[in-house]
Design a protein around this ligand. Structure first.
Ligand code: IVH
Length: 689
């Protein structure tokens, strides 16, 4: 029966109420499975269907709209301010064990034993050990199982009523499961998972909104939003770790059992907790969690130890506002504040310039940090980091330390913005010009072959099979040659002698001779190979070949401006710019001259412009194994007639030449309805012309 329609018997309202209650219970069950147990039980579409059905019933019967309904998580208007809430049981803080070593655990245990009057021979104290979550403390008040109020800690006596915002946190049940007591105040931590934090910041950046420094600030900022609609869009999480005011409930004997009970009520309780004995048990927990810390999906800044037996807690009591029965045992901080003295750059193997912060030495993440990465200009702009700022530095695990954000309150005056290209118009390693492409985040050194930072990479490319084809000049050898400063530019390769080589590790006279022969052989090459070997950014083998064909000789290419370069098939504005910049760099021209002087040569021709072969303008894709032609042979035949061979099939492909065991390329060609040739078909096409 449709509970939305009165059937004239007067029981429709009762039907609707029953159906709404059933839906609410079912949705709450799925929320619990999804947000608390992290084990989804329903596909999203099915969940949405239940949710919409409940919404429809509540729309038709507004009286059924109860506060614990999942449809009522987000509601209400923005507040003018938060109301004050007086905590019936104060929200205390815990003292911190500053010694981050295992000895911190021993010191706490010793204090507890002394306060309890235990002797050495008395049994070990049982503790509940848990994580110290890095978010903000919150108190949830459930009356008869229904969430009626949520408050921040405030000064511990009085906090702020943030109920509307807290109701939007899906991990927090609006109604407890099972037999709930008349009054149960649950204390815990609202936090943001790291992945949710990253996503939130990305969204904020896109919308031009404030970027949060860390998950804790983002969580705190979200809970203190006056508009619950905004809080609802912040992916907050929650862990329960204790109790406040309780009435009508027989407390269990231990804190461990309290947490078990809270979990049974449907509250999220972190799985990383343990009941341990004595100082050694605490220290082992501290160490185990320390090793786990980086892999947790959320931030913690330590662990918390609590005397497990509630009667012992009572006996231990408080000193000022801190319980004697609990302590936070920290880990070395992953973040610290220090002075940003200067920004320098590091040149990577691909010529990318990475801005590096030079810091006043600071102890963070267990080591002294003096440098931290700033990634690139966009990141510097986004974070608005300036030289002379106090900055937050983060070092988590083995990750490279990074500058998170400036502490704006401590900025004096208005220091100038840092513009990498202004400070480093030329490469600090080789002095070549630094450029940054329009849509690129990274600035690059144009030194290429000349820049020592890029030397190894450039040499390996120069020697590679499809470039100068110097057999035997691999990774290890290049490392040795460059590290020993025997080879600086490719020119040096042509000046190598047996003696210099034979003295290298794992290099006998025989291998040295072989290498020298390979180098000798490479002196005679083609213009296309030589252009490719130069390692100009965005100039691959095919483009190099087009350039060689178009310009015929190297001097014409070197002299070409961006316009002239764009006449070459496949060369657009970006590639043209890369080529022009490369040859504009005096160092690069010098290396080229020296290579020619060292005897590197090729057959030069007249500029041909764009070849007008019979297959000009036609694009081929080769796939599979042809019966007699190798890939390279087929390619050469096609190119000899002005055709082009591309790597992948698209609508722009004219012919696909397929051999045995052709795979997905053939399938795609068939799907696109392209002309497909076998080897005979290709030969026929070539002969026709
Ligand atoms: S127990 C009486 N347990 O740390 C003990 N606090 O100074 C009350 N915190 O801001 C706190 N994780 O929000 C407790 N597992 C945990 C905790 C924890 C984080 C926070 C708490 C408060 C501070 C205590």
């Amino acid at each position: 029966m449709d509970p939305l329609n009165d059937n004239g018997h007067g029981d429709a309202a009762a039907e609707a109420a029953a159906r709404a209650a059933a839906l609410r219970a079912e949705i709450a069950r799925h929320d619990h499975a999804y947000y608390v147990l992290d084990a989804p039980t329903l596909p999203d579409a099915e969940y949405d269907r239940l949710f919409r059905e409940l919404q429809a019933i509540e729309k038709a019967h507004p009286a059924l709209r109860s506060a614990d309904s999942p449809t009522q998580r987000v509601g209400g208007k923005p507040l003018a301010q938060f109301a004050a809430v007086r905590h019936r049981v104060p929200m205390l803080s815990i003292s911190t064990e500053t010694d981050t070593e295992a000895s911190g655990a021993f010191a706490f245990d010793a204090r507890v034993r002394r306060a309890l009057g235990l002797k050495e021979e008395d049994a070990a104290v049982a503790y509940a050990a848990e994580l110290k979550f890095d978010g903000l403390a919150i108190s949830l008040r459930y009356e008869d199982g229904v969430l009626v109020q949520a408050a921040t800690r405030g000064d511990g006596e009085t906090g702020e009523d943030v109920t509307a915002n807290v109701r939007t946190v899906k991990a927090i049940p609006l109604r407890l499961r099972g037999e709930a007591p008349p009054v149960l105040e649950v204390r815990g931590e609202i936090y943001l998972r790291r992945d949710d934090f990253e996503r939130l910041n990305a969204r904020q950046a896109e919308a031009g909104e404030k970027i949060f420094v860390n998950p804790r600030n983002a969580a705190a900022g979200s809970i203190r939003q006056l508009d619950p609609g905004i809080a609802a869009r912040r992916p907050l999480s929650f862990f329960a770790y204790g109790l406040g005011d309780v009435a009508g409930w027989a407390l269990p004997a231990t804190h461990t059992e309290v947490l078990d009970a809270l979990a049974a009520f449907g509250l999220p309780v972190c799985e990383h907790r343990a009941q341990v004995r004595g100082a050694a048990g605490l220290a082992a927990f501290h160490e185990r969690i320390g090793a786990l810390r980086e892999t947790l999906p959320f931030d913690i800044d330590g662990v918390v130890y609590k005397v497990d037996a509630l009667d012992l807690q009572q006996r231990l009591g408080f000193v000022t506002r801190e319980p004697r029965w609990a302590v936070a045992h920290k880990y070395p901080a992953q973040e610290a504040v220090t002075l940003l003295r200067d920004i320098e750059v590091q040149v990577g193997r691909t010529g990318a310039l990475t801005p590096v912060a030079r810091l006043e030495p600071v102890f963070v993440g267990g080591v002294t940090v003096t440098n931290a990465t700033l990634h690139n200009q966009d990141e510097i702009d986004r974070k608005d980091v300036r030289i002379g700022d106090w900055v937050i530095v983060r070092r988590a695990g083995d990750v490279i330390p990074e500058v998170v954000a400036p502490v704006l309150e401590r900025r004096s005056g208005e220091p100038p913005r840092f513009v990498l290209l202004d400070k480093f118009p030329t490469c600090p390693v080789c002095g070549s010009h630094v450029v940054r492409g329009e849509d690129e985040a990274v600035a690059r050194c144009t030194g290429g072959l000349f820049c020592p930072a890029q030397r190894k990479q450039a040499l390996l490319h120069f020697a590679s099979r499809r470039a100068m084809d110097i057999e035997g000049l691999g990774d290890k050898l290049v490392d040795q040659l460059v590290d020993a400063a025997i080879v600086k530019t490719p020119v040096d390769l042509y000046r190598l002698g047996v003696l210099a080589l034979a003295n290298l590790e794992r290099m006998g006279e025989k291998s040295a001779q072989n290498l020298l022969m390979a180098i000798e052989k490479s002196r005679s090459t083609t213009l296309a190979r030589f252009i490719f070997a130069l390692g100009i950014r965005n100039v691959g083998e095919a483009t190099a070949r087009e350039l060689a064909r178009h310009f015929g000789n190297l001097d014409a290419l070197v002299a070409a401006d961006a316009d002239a370069l764009q006449q070459v098939p496949d060369v657009g504005p970006i590639v043209a710019q890369c080529i022009a910049e490369f040859f504009a760099e005096p160092h690069n021209r010098e290396v080229i001259e020296q290579l020619r002087a060292a005897g590197v040569h090729w057959a030069e021709g007249e500029p041909q412009g764009t070849v007008a072969g019979a297959l000009a303008g036609k694009t081929f894709v080769l796939t599979g194994t042809l019966p007699t032609l190798s890939r390279d042979e087929a390619k050469a035949l096609i190119e000899a007639q002005g055709g082009k061979v591309a790597g992948s099939v698209s609508k722009k492909t004219h012919y696909v030449v397929a051999g045995a065991e052709a795979g997905s390329k053939l399938e795609k060609a068939q799907a696109l309805g392209l002309a497909i040739l076998d080897e005979d078909g290709l030969r026929a096409l070539l002969n026709e012309t």
